[in-house]
Design a binder for this molecule. Structure first.
Ligand SMILES: NC(=O)c1ccc[n+]([C@@H]2O[C@H](COP(=O)([O-])OP(=O)(O)OC[C@H]3O[C@@H](n4cnc5c(N)ncnc54)[C@H](OP(=O)(O)O)[C@@H]3O)[C@@H](O)[C@H]2O)c1
Length: 334
């Protein structure tokens, strides 16, 4: 397994991380035993970074990972590095009601996560969205206290912009920024990526397949349940979807020419953007995981990169990456 460093202060991790969100929430029904088998297969293949959030189906995703770790061989369990997001407030109906980044809340979230995961420390801990009522210094400062006590090893950020990155990094060492980055979402290139690079912070990129849209497996006739994120995502609606799937077909021609799949070329493109970028892939079956891991063997030369950019030029996506109400929570979009 190729490895990359999570910034100048973070750990060495597998060049691809496994994002576990879809095993519990947001992309429709998932198969529990296949999810656990996928985590085991990832660890077996040398994946070390597992990403979750305490709010993914209200603790379900952490308990799933906890079970997968308990039932994995000891050596595999020990290699796992857990990246956990917190802060999103839920209700029993599954609704979302804001974010809580107060120091007491940070410690409370962490205490519950450690129990659900069945571990004595979290490797990277981060608030999923900035709490507008709490300065980032206070939230990061509370995680730094957890680092001092040994409950957390490293501090990460999620979906924040350049100014917040600087304020957080002035408070405590930051290992990585988790943020959406793909051929369809290149917004970080202008200000955010130069800032993380200046400060020695890595990027853990999510949505590298644009939530399945540029995986080559998505089609316009797919029926999505109302709880599926994509049922409300602007990029998956009507004319936007038709436009975006036409981009996928252009990308498919490049992939076919190289004898790889669309998902592999999309992941390989993100990998090619720099050694400081670690894609998190949302595979929830062993088959999809194997396909994603295949991207590590894809080499893109200048001609390939030019062909990819011609198929999917910067800014080509139709539709924002989140519905308007969720865009408003993104510090990274200010
Ligand atoms: N910090 C944040 O704000 C934030 C936000 C969202 C996600 N995340 C994290 O990032 C992780 C990755 O995000 P994501 O799940 O949205 O990303 P993604 O990898 O772009 O999308 C996953 C979707 O792609 C589909 N897919 C098709 N082929 C695939 C393949 N070969 N490998 C993997 N997936 C394939 C999956 O489909 P199937 O339907 O076939 O399973 C799944 O629905 C999440 O699991 C979560 O841990 C963080």
């Amino acid at each position: 397994m190729h490895t990359r460093s999570l910034g100048t202060t973070g750990p060495q991790v597998s060049a691809l991380g496994l994002g576990c969100m879809g095993m519990s929430a947001l992309y429709g029904e998932a198969d529990r035993s296949e999810s656990i088998a996928t985590v085991h297969a990832a660890l077996e293949a040398g994946v070390t970074l597992l990403d979750t959030g305490d709010f993914y189906a209200m603790g379900h995703n952490e308990m799933l990972i906890g079970e997968a770790l308990r039932t994995a061989p000891a050596a595999r369990r020990e290699q796992a590095l857990l990246s956990v997001k917190f802060g999103a407030l839920r209700d029993p109906d599954g609704g979302w009601s804001g974010y809580d980044g107060r120091p007491a809340a940070v410690k409370n979230f962490a205490a519950y996560s450690l129990q659900r995961l069945g571990v004595d420390h979290i490797d990277v801990y981060r608030i999923s969205r900035v709490d507008p009522e709490v300065p980032i210094e206070e939230t990061v400062g509370a995680i730094a206290e957890l680092v001092e006590k040994g409950y957390v090893r490293h501090i990460g950020l999620s979906e924040v912009g350049a100014d917040t990155i600087r304020r957080a990094a002035a408070t405590a060492p930051i290992s990585d920024l988790q943020i959406e980055y793909s051929l369809l979402s290149r917004g970080i290139e202008e200000r955010i990526l130069p800032t993380t690079r200046e400060l020695g912070i890595a990027v853990t990129a999510y949505g590298v397949l644009s939530r399945g849209l540029i995986s080559g497996h998505f089609s316009a006739d797919r029926t999505l349940s109302p709880t599926d994120f994509r049922a409300h995502s602007p990029r998956f609606q009507g004319e936007n979807l038709r436009h975006n799937l036409a981009l996928v077909e252009a990308l498919r021609k490049v992939a076919d020419g190289k004898g790889v799949s669309v998902a592999q070329i999309a992941i390989a493109w993100v990998l090619s953007r720099g050694e400081d970028i670690v894609p998190l892939v949302g595979a929830r079956t062993r088959e999809r995981l194997a396909e994603a891991l295949g991207a590590l063997e894809v080499t893109l030369d200048e001609a390939d990169l030019a062909a990819i950019e011609e198929a999917v030029p910067p800014g080509a996506a139709a539709g924002e990456r989140y519905p308007a109400a969720q865009m408003a929570h993104l510090d990274s979009e200010r």
